[in-house]
Design a binder for this molecule. Structure first.
Ligand code: HXC
Length: 257
């Protein structure tokens, strides 16, 4: 492992990233974001990797951006460092990312979770934006992604109060895909990740792209985008293989081409 604040490894078709600063509940410093990005970009161009799984070591997913690192910052420091460009690049990863959250996912940790395409959460997971208690607000997409996900009503309430959201509430509001017992979180996430990893990779890729586009644009624009991606898949070997396999009543063998 050549990283300081994360662990990255591969296992078959899965690329694993685990936040690894457990003594500060995986508080996210700038170097950690760069490392997450480096690992993800490596998985992105590795043909064997189909799905990225993101977890946190210790008792939290991540309790937010590193408060000690930014306590003395001024407004122009963030601007000059262009610090959020790394977060923007995280959102450009085209392979599916599954987050497994146990314990706290707060502030920047919640924002990182919201960058995942699918979320599994343990029954002890707690999400929240406590920035308001620090005299600031989310800066890596919190007000944007949470609002798009659950709507203005709850987003405003949670952002104003900084209150922590239980895994059960997260499930109720459609913020997570599965609520799992803590002991089973990793196992269940992997099982699901393997399932996605065996689907036609280019279908998964273009579905992700189209869904993310749909969150962002009008129905009409989204439809145009979907149509292009739909057509594009008819230029792939996997489309021929998938449809011929259906006609021959056998399982398809997808190659990602
Ligand atoms: C730096 C942190 C930290 C953080 C926890 N720690 N969160 N250090 N930045 N965000 C450290 C604590 O200082 C402590 O270190 C150790 O982790 C264990 O935490 P405790 O507080 O002792 O644990 P506990 O009592 O269980 O409380 C857990 C907690 C609390 C409720 C999660 O740690 C907490 O409120 N953390 C801050 C949460 C927060 O405000 N996050 C938003 C940050 S702003 P020591 O050395 O004392 O053992 C943000 C903006 C994002 O994320 C902007 C975009 C990037």
């Amino acid at each position: 492992n050549r990283y300081e604040f994360i662990e990255a490894s591969t296992d078959g078709k899965l690329g694993h990233i685990s936040l690894n600063r457990p003594h500060v509940l995986n508080a996210i410093n700038q170097q950690m974001v760069l490392e997450i990005l480096a690992a993800m970009e490596e998985f992105e161009v590795d043909d064997t990797i189909r799905v990225i799984v993101l977890t946190g070591k210790g008792r939290a997913f991540a309790a937010g951006a590193d408060i000690d690192e930014m306590a003395n910052d001024g407004a122009i420091d963030f601007e000059l460092r262009n610090q959020f460009k790394d977060w923007d690049r995280l959102a450009m990863i085209k392979k599916p990312i599954i987050g497994a959250v146990q314990g706290f996912a707060l502030g920047g940790g919640f924002e990182l979770a919201l960058c995942c395409d699918l979320l599994f959460a343990a029954d002890n997971a707690e999400f929240g934006f406590p920035e308001v208690n620090l005299g600031v607000m989310p800066g890596a997409g919190g007000t944007v992604r949470l609002t798009k996900l659950v709507g203005k009503t709850k987003a405003m309430e949670w952002l104003f109060t900084g209150k922590r959201i239980t895994a059960m509430e997260a499930l109720q509001y459609g913020m997570i895909n599965r609520l799992v017992a803590k002991e089973l979180l990793f196992e269940e996430t992997i099982k699901f990740a393997e399932e996605i990893a065996n689907q036609a990779p280019l279908s998964i890729r273009f579905i992700k792209e189209s869904v993310l586009k749909a969150v962002d644009v009008s129905i009409d624009e989204g439809m145009q985008f979907e149509r292009k991606n739909f057509s594009l898949l008819f230029s792939t070997e996997d489309q021929k293989e998938g449809m011929i396999a259906f006609q021959e009543k056998r399982k398809p063998n997808f190659k990602g081409m």
